[in-house]
Design a protein around this ligand. Sequence first.
Ligand code: KG4
Ligand code: ZN
Length: 348
Amino acid sequence: MTAEQPLVLGIETSCDETGVGIVRGETLLVDAVASSVDDHARFGGVVPEVASRAHLEEMVPTIERACREAGVTLGDLDAISVTAGPGLAGSLMVGVASAKALALSLGVPLYGVNHLASHVAVDIVEHGPLPEPTMALLVSGGHSSLLLVPDVTSDIRSLGSTIDDAAGEAFDKVARVLGLPFPGGPYIDRAAREGQVVIDFPRGLTTGRDMERHRFDFSFSGLKTAVSRWVQAREAAGEPVPVNDVAASFQEAVVDVLTRKAVLACREQGAQHLQIGGGVAANSRLRAMAQSRCDDAGIELRVPRPGLCTDNGAMVAALGAQMVLKGRDASRLDLPADSSMPVTQISA
Ligand code: KG4
Ligand code: ZN
């Protein structure tokens, strides 16, 4: 990669990860992440005030660590990008204020970008330029969306999203029912490997009229309730709960719906590439089922490595660098943090 490629530092603080990534063009130099997830574990979910405070404490050390590990100085940077939304308001504000201070003091442009678009863009530094269009399935603790992406810097179309719980939220809630720690996704994934798919849990919004009205939407709250009821019935009967089997059966239901709708969306929209991102993309069963269904349908599957699927700064830097490369307008220095930024709005 030549020195003419823009050197971009990206800041991510939408939830509980303080992420600082540095990208040169389409090459990732460093991805520094400080997570406050352990501080939230005893509450069984992310506590916004605790997260904002942790971002404040971690921001400067994480920026310093990123520059040190990438072997660059702040003065070398060509642009700053930052998650402007969606996410937790107080957490976003810490990142946006830090990015403004950096951009202003360094005299470089600032790009306030969409967190969800960044989850898509990160695959560029992992697998190269995004085919246009790409279908993206974003599944995290906060989001479950199917997106058609003709151009990640200017045109993202939402085909559907969850109408209640996000996929990761369902994993976390079911884990709690099963007595597994927070965040529950990785624990369910592990338990499921020791279990069998023996319970036929419901697949929300996959049949009849639901497929007309909510073709590419998801619903996981009915599934979560079904698991709770199943476990309660066992306990009421004084029988042991087969945690591994429940985990495997629940996971199968989630993964079946996600991959079925994603492949259908690719077929109907003529997309030959499916990218999966967000924390739930780390799920081993999701990766395996998506691979086999994409193989059957002749679709190329792109999934970044797990560390780039969960929230990180590299994804924000990756999108920022694309904005620079494609000559998109920079944001104004008074750009707001927008906790409910719609996915179709790529930059602020
Ligand atoms: O993208 P992410 O780090 O943060 C959000 O933007 O939410 O995603 C976190 C979510 C959590 O709900 C976590 O349980 C889930 O991703 N997760 C997983 C796995 N690893 C993380 N879910 C299922 N299987 C996994 N292996
Ligand atoms: Zn995320």
